[in-house]
Ligand binder design. Sequence first.
Ligand SMILES: [Zn+2]
Length: 443
Amino acid sequence: MKRLYIFLLMLIVAGAVNAERVKVRLFSNNRVELIYVSFDLGLYDLLANDTMMLESMLGEGMSVEIKPTVSGTVSVSVNGYDYGSYRNVVLRATDTACIMCLNPKGIKQRTYEGNLVVSAFDKSNLKVINDVDFETYLAGVVQSEIYGKQSDIFRIQAIISRTWALRNMKKHKADGYNFCDYVHCQAYQNRCVRPDIMLGTMQSSGETIVDAEGNLIDTPFHSNSGGETANSEDVWRSARPYLRSVQDTFSYRMRQSEWTKVIPRDKWLGYFSKTHKLNIQDTNVRNTLLTFAQPHRQAKIMGVQLTRVRTDFGLKSTFFTVTTDPKNGDVVLNGHGYGHGVGLSQEGTIRMVGLGISYDSIIRHYYSGAQIHHDDNVSEQYVQNFVTEISKIIEEDNANPGRKKSKKDDWLGKLFRVRDRMDREEEFDPEKQEMESDWKIEW
Ligand SMILES: [Zn+2]
């Protein structure tokens, strides 16, 4: 049992390097009129107004219903039995491996780890907060923010998401939490359920991106640069030495490399005339608006910010060329890439990882002059042990591709079994015994 305890403690500490826990508002883009919570793994306590109501009683087969009341409190019932109304209700995980399933009325269900804190904004909207280990949150963000197969893709996304989060811990301070779960902060649409994403996130433990002075940098990213990234000042006014336009052929021939949009000629010209007061009767002005080309990214078209044009026409990017359809005169925009174009291109990253380029080279390609900082407080031995175990899980998965998986048969459930196994092997595996003493030194 001692071994399990050490492992659990290590888990907690590994997440405690720079930020121990974070509070993330869930379903922040919706109104939550009512939420049902069930429990997939582990046991939870129920607390109301910070007082224990049910200790380690909530688990599989139990269901909690929480809804706002007219007086601004929340009412809570467990398996249909009314427990009254309170300022706040907390569902507290009793272990590091606890999973709850959240079912808000009219919204797709999601699962999360950590604790849930529920209060009311008003009589028809709940404030649902996930109080969770920072690294667990990050793994969920990585899963929501990027697609791919190789663990280095996830490692890179984890580093930029960790750097962003550490720089923006106070973003929602006035609201009483750290982040929302929407793109306003970083998408966190579910807990991480994929062992390969967990592996990449773990491999990045303690890694952040810093400038030459060692300060955490801004780490904007986008889906696809279209072949060239943008200068930060062309998109957001402020220049950053590490957010410079770079050639990015790695973003070619990916899902979001190209787009086309057809706009009626009158609408296109009328927009510049009415909204931006350009004289479209002038042949030069009209010609420029109808033949605008960007062999390299530009910031403006006839003095109008391309970011504004992008917003007003709902374009995928500002990196486009204008032509006209010879048949009907319609304006045809042929565009490259998807997103603001500043910083890292996710699809360029996916391509680079596929080509075998190292994760730190990729980060330096997109963030000019920046470097990866390794936190000395993170135990390399611990990370290595965890990575080894998760890699075994992935190998087992790959060896049995058609195997039917149960609800709990994902990385956390497996991790639970890994920890059990480590615990058991302690008594008769001298090699593992030695490993444990290494861990103790790390402590
Ligand atoms: Zn936010």
